[in-house]
Design a protein around this ligand. Sequence first.
Ligand code: NAP
Length: 340
Amino acid sequence: MTAPVQVAVTGASGYIALHVIAAQLDQGYAVRGTLRDMARGEKIRAALAKHTEVSALSFAAADLLADDGWDAALADCRYVMHVASPFPMVDPKNHDDLIVPAREGTLRVLAAAARAGVQRVVMTSSVAAIGTGHEDKSSFAEADWSVVGKGGEAYAASKTIAERAAWDFIAGLPAGEALELVVINPSLVLGPLIDPDGSTSIEVVRKLLAREVPGCPKMGFPLVDVRDVAAAHLTAMTNPDAPGKRYICSTEFRMLAQIAELLNQTFGPQGHPVRTRELPNWLVRIVALFDPAVARIVPELGRQRHFDNAAIRKDLNWQSRPMNETITATGDSLIEMGII
Ligand code: NAP
C-alpha cells in the first residue's frame, strides 16, 4: 500500500480550516494542521472524529508571527492550504495587529513551503481583497483589487496586502523553484460548524437567532457555504488549470432582512423567533457612534455587491448549494451545539 499524500493546513482550529481538513481526510490525504496552541489538538480531533476518520491527522505548532515551527510543519508536504489569518469581530485600533500577521504570516508560510519543496499552496483570501474601496462599483470579478486605505477597514486591508504579497513572492521566485499558488476568495461564509468555537462570519446568524439585535440594518452580504468553500480548496489543490489564478468563491447576495425572514420561518416554530423588521439607516448610524461593531457596517448600508463566480464554475467545475439550505444548516448547527 502506498503512503497517503501529506498535506498541511494552517490554522487548524478555524471554522473554514476544519471543513477543509475533514474533506481532505475523507479523500485519503494525511493532514498536518498547524496550531498556535497545541493544547487544542485533542478537542479538534474529537470534533473532526464525529465527521470522518482521523487517524491520518496530526498537529504541529506554528504562529504566523514567528519563524519557529514552520519548517517542521510543512516538511514532506506536497500541498499546503494556507487558511490562517486573524478575522476578529471588531477591527483593532492598531490596524497592524491584523495586517502584520496576515502579510508576514503568508510570507513565512510561502518561504517555508518553497524550502520544503511543496508543489502547490492554496491560500484563502477573501472578496474583501477584491471589492473594498470602490464607491462607484457594485459588480466585481477576479481582475478587481480592493483599494487599501479608501473606505476599507483593517480586515480588508490585511487580506488585500497579504494576497498581493503572496503573488509578489511567487513572481520573485528564482527560475526553477516551481512553487505554485492558487488563491480562493470567498464571500461571507455560512454553514454548519464542526467545532463550537465559531467564526466571525457565523455571528450574523447567531445574533439574529439569539435576538441580540433589535432588527435588521438595511444591508446584506454575498454568501457562500463553508462546505462549498472547502470543496473549492480541494479542487484548487490538484486542478492543472488553477495555478497562478485567484477565484471568487461566492453565490448570491442576500439582504439581512431576507436571512432573518428565513430563520424566523424555520426556527420560529421551534421556539427561536427572529426579529425581521428593517431598521432605519439613521438609527443604525446613531448606534454606530457608541458601538464599534455597528460602526463597521455603516459603509455597507444600502449597498449591494455582486461577485462573479463564472471562473471558478468553469475552471474548477465548482457547484454551490442553495443558500436557503446553507442558512438553515447554520441555524441547525448553532442550536445542536447549544450555542443558541
Ligand atoms: P476563524 O475561524 O477565525 O479562523 C482563523 C484561523 O486563523 C484560526 O485558526 C486562528 O487560530 C488562525 N490565526 C489567527 N491569527 C493567527 C496567528 N497569529 N498565528 C497562527 N494562526 C492564527 O476564521 P475563518 O472564518 O475560518 O477564516 C479562515 C480564513 O478564511 C481567513 O484567512 C479569513 O480571512 C478567510 N475568509 C473567511 C471568510 C468568512 O466569512 N468566514 C470569508 C472570506 C475569507 P486561533 O484559533 O489560534 O486564533
